[in-house]
Design a protein around this ligand. Structure first.
Ligand SMILES: NC(=O)c1ccc[n+]([C@@H]2O[C@H](COP(=O)([O-])OP(=O)(O)OC[C@H]3O[C@@H](n4cnc5c(N)ncnc54)[C@H](OP(=O)(O)O)[C@@H]3O)[C@@H](O)[C@H]2O)c1
Length: 261
């Protein structure tokens, strides 16, 4: 993290009231995998999709792909580990779109590929994983909150994982216990807690905050071994991003329904 982002980095004087038009959705790490598919599905539902991505060429390719599929897609330079990049992204969204209706905290890394005992984890990998998967989620959420507060019904979806579930990890003999990857799993447990913390704060503001487990999905993160196609992995994220007023907040879902924390 190259800089710490204050909770309200955007000058309140410059915030404009909600305008009519498409819902505006920012998806972090949207240049490939589940993030790109979430952008595609939200675009198909009529959202203006903001492709948050750190690499200019990969970002442009994703925007082109989404536009050629008919979506109203725009690139937003965003490295979730870089405070200056996050602040610039919030400024740019404010200037171009005036508010945000949906934030999908999707960007993440998994540096461990083979399960290993927690005692063998290196602090270097733990710290690097947390910069993206945990501190990145907090920093992006804080920076985007002034824009989300301008929406009539803002939604935040945090990408978690069944591997972050304490309940499932504690069951002896489950597939979750068989996959100890300390840095990644603990980072997703933290994402679950972040989800509850923000949901509690934002309940009265009408902003719903939920965590989604896409399931074991066919992407680069799983070395394309996950069984699920991205269209299925992304569906639960899109469902939580488009909840109506009666929908839950502070909950954890996969495609089958509520997940245990
Ligand atoms: N795939 C699964 O089976 C599975 C299961 C459970 C949960 N999840 C979660 O679902 C989410 C998406 O996973 P995925 O499988 O689609 O992974 P992926 O294919 O590896 O894509 C990860 C995305 O995050 C971006 N990213 C990483 N670090 C970033 C940073 N510092 N700033 C901005 N973007 C950054 C990557 O951008 P670059 O291209 O620039 O690296 C890429 O766009 C993650 O939160 C993951 O933990 C996935």
């Amino acid at each position: 993290m190259t800089g710490v982002v204050a909770p309200h980095t955007v000058d309140a004087e410059r915030l404009r009231p909600e305008r009519s038009g498409n819902p505006i959705a920012l998806i972090t790490g949207a240049n490939k995998g589940i993030g790109l598919e979430v952008a595609r599905q939200l675009g198909a539902l009529g959202h203006t999709v903001l492709v948050g991505a750190r690499d200019a060429a990969r970002r442009a390719r994703a925007v082109d792909q989404l536009r050629s599929g008919g979506a109203d897609a725009h690139g937003i330079a965003l490295d979730v580990t870089d405070g200056a990049s996050i602040a610039a992204a919030a400024e740019s969204i404010l200037a171009q779109f005036g508010r945000l209706d949906v934030l999908v905290n999707n960007a993440a890394i998994k540096l461990e590929f083979d399960p290993a005992p927690p005692s063998a984890a290196t602090m270097e990998v733990v710290r690097e994983t947390f910069e993206t998967n945990v501190f990145g989620v907090i920093a992006v959420t804080q920076a985007m909150l002034p824009l989300l507060r301008l929406s009539r019904a803002a939604r935040i979806v945090n990408l978690s994982s069944g591997l972050g579930s304490l309940t499932l990890s504690a069951f002896i003999g489950t597939k979750f216990q068989a996959k100890p990857m300390l840095s990644y799993n603990v980072s997703k447990t933290a994402v679950n807690s972040i989800t509850v913390q923000f949901a509690n704060e934002l309940r009265d503001a009408g902003i719903k905050v939920n965590a989604a487990d896409p399931g074991y999905t066919h992407t680069d993160m799983t070395l394309n071994q996950g069984g699920k196609p991205v269209a299925r992995g992304a569906a639960v994220v899109v469902r939580l991003a488009t909840l109506d007023a009666a929908g839950p907040s502070g909950a954890f879902f996969d495609e089958n329904g509520p997940m245990p924390w």
